[in-house]
Design a protein around this ligand. Structure first.
Ligand code: SF4
Length: 516
């Protein structure tokens, strides 16, 4: 399944020897867009595909995880991940790439099983997010495809669609038993529907299945379905939850099996590093947008980064660092690294960085002279840009890197404020960012209490960009796992609103000096 070059190792099975007996593509497995993933992959893929496919699926699961943690409704989750699905894991119903798309979906699911089967907590998360993904995708299917999917798995599900004759014969009973539930599921708050409209909808859109009533004790108990001769009749509206339960149970059993076979993989020197890398947690996918967008970076300079026009796009960690650095005319080592790399990531050139840091450190002549700055700090800033020492191209730190640093001591400001600030200071900072509503503040603080710091940060992003996001329904992937992602998203939103961010020319440094 995984090899790109033929390397034979004693004791290892070579897939070319078994590939002949079967191939997923020829088995009819990819006949449906949706899958219960109950047949393992059999064909070979390259190591590169192995890694890339897993990362692409992981991006989607991370987004779902974040949406669920922020109590998003199913509809909101759908609209958030639809554009991501199109980009990372498309599943078209037709076209030249259909087979490859389904193969990628199939393999990426199985690869992540290997990654997330190892602990109870990871298994739970994986099942929860995969089930949500399954639900979203089921809703994207055409009714005919949904029916074909159910038919394909009829042995597993013991479901049967009723014929149109049976539906017409039982119509009044079906309407009387399920009308209320269907109406409740169809309508959003404030919407209404007459009885005739509801009847029409049931007639045209609801495909009923029947299955032994003991399979659905909850629905029987809630008296929300029609039962006849030992069969429960379930409308389309209620079928998804049943399918999701089947999916969940099947995945849970299979994940345990994967877990039990994991020791056999421990000898594999090709896969283990990849799997370990992916399994750190659900936030392990890094933001890689460090190709600075020149149109966005054109107004980034030593002066502009000290103005509200730019700092309003900073996440709390960056604004907290920069504000304290400017107030104290100094910043200790870890904070300097964190802030300097963030600024480099937003497009601050080395020359402008030098102007900025030297001005801020020496603006108060009693604390530092320019000679002292040049002697003690210049090298450090240039090093950050890969111009000194080993000339390493350092990347801006992501949230996981930031939180892996030692916690800030007194007089230090690095780290993640959602984790490191006290409750009072954090609420003050949130107020400064424009969040005053008590309910919204409570939501953020609940995320913090659960130690979901990136979820808290993502929620703050949403709260502080409410209006722009309302008009940008298809804005892709909101979960914040990197300070520069926060900044870039915020600026992109502003740009898409066609507002011009006013940049200051580097000469305006004098204006700031004068202001202060
Ligand atoms: Fe910064 Fe990440 Fe913390 Fe947000 S969650 S404040 S981006 S470290």
């Amino acid at each position: 399944m995984f090899r790109s070059t033929k390397r034979r190792t004693a004791g290892r099975r070579n897939f070319e020897e078994v590939a002949a007996y079967s191939s997923n593509a020829n088995s009819g497995l990819y006949s449906s867009r949706l899958s219960f993933y109950d047949v393992p992959p059999l064909d070979e893929i390259t190591l590169e595909e192995f890694e890339m496919w897993a990362i692409d699926r992981l991006k989607i699961l991370i987004e779902i995880e974040s949406c669920v943690a922020r109590s998003k409704s199913v509809k909101e989750i759908e609209s958030t991940i639809k554009p991501m699905l199109l980009k990372y894991l498309p599943l078209n119903s037709s076209g030249p790439d259909v087979l490859q798309e389904r193969k990628k979906d199939h393999y990426s699911h199985y690869i992540l099983r290997l990654v997330f089967c190892r602990t109870e907590e990871l298994r739970k998360k994986f099942i929860k997010n995969e089930t949500q993904l399954f639900k979203v995708r089921y809703n994207l299917l055409q009714p005919k495809e949904q029916q074909e999917f159910v038919d394909y798995y009829h042995n597993k599900l013991s479901w049967k669609y009723i014929s149109s004759e049976e539906k017409s014969e039982l119509f009044e009973e079906l309407y009387a038993a399920t009308g209320l539930v269907i109406r409740g599921n169809l309508l959003a708050e404030g919407e209404s529907m007459t009885n005739d409209q509801l009847k029409q909808h049931i007639k045209l859109k609801e495909n009923f299945i029947k299955l032994p009533f003991e399979k659905v004790p909850n629905l029987v108990g809630s008296r929300s379905i029609f039962i006849k001769k030992g069969y429960a009749y379930i409308p389309t509206t209620l079928q998804l939850n049943l399918l999701a339960v089947e999916f969940q149970e099947s995945l849970s059993t299979q994940l345990m099996r994967t877990f039990q076979s994991i020791p056999r993989l421990d000898e594999d020197d090709r896969l283990l590093p990849l799997l370990n890398n992916l399994s750190h947690n659900f936030s392990s996918v890094e933001y890689n947008g460090f190709e600075v967008d020149s149109s966005l970076a054109s107004d980034i300079n030593a002066s502009s980064i000290a103005t509200q026009a730019i700092t309003k796009h900073y996440p709390l960690c960056a604004s907290h660092l920069q504000r304290n650095m400017m107030d104290n005319s100094h910043l200790r080592f870890t904070g300097r690294q964190q802030l300097a790399l963030f600024l480099k990531g937003i497009g601050l050139s080395i020359d402008e960085a030098m102007k900025f840091w030297s001005y801020q450190f020496t603006k108060n002549p009693t604390s530092m002279t320019i000679e002292k700055f040049n002697k003690e700090y210049r090298y450090n800033i240039r090093h950050t840009y890969g111009l000194e020492g080993a000339r390493t191209k350092y990347q801006p730190w992501n949230c996981a890197n930031i939180m892996a640093q030692p916690k800030p001591l007194k007089g230090e400001y690095h780290g993640c404020p959602y984790r490191d600030l006290g409750t009072e200071s954090l609420i003050m900072s949130l107020n400064e960012m424009g969040i005053h509503d008590q309910h919204e503040l409570n939501q953020v603080m609940e995320d913090v209490d659960r130690r979901d710091y990136t979820v808290a940060c993502t929620r703050v992003f949403e709260l502080t960009h409410k209006q722009q996001l309302a008009t940008q329904k298809s804005f892709e992937g909101m979960h914040i796992s990197h300070p520069n992602l926060y900044f870039d998203r915020s600026r992109q939103l502003e740009r898409s609103e066609n507002k011009t961010v006013t940049g200051l020319g580097s000469g305006a440094l004098q204006d700031i000096v004068a202001e202060e």
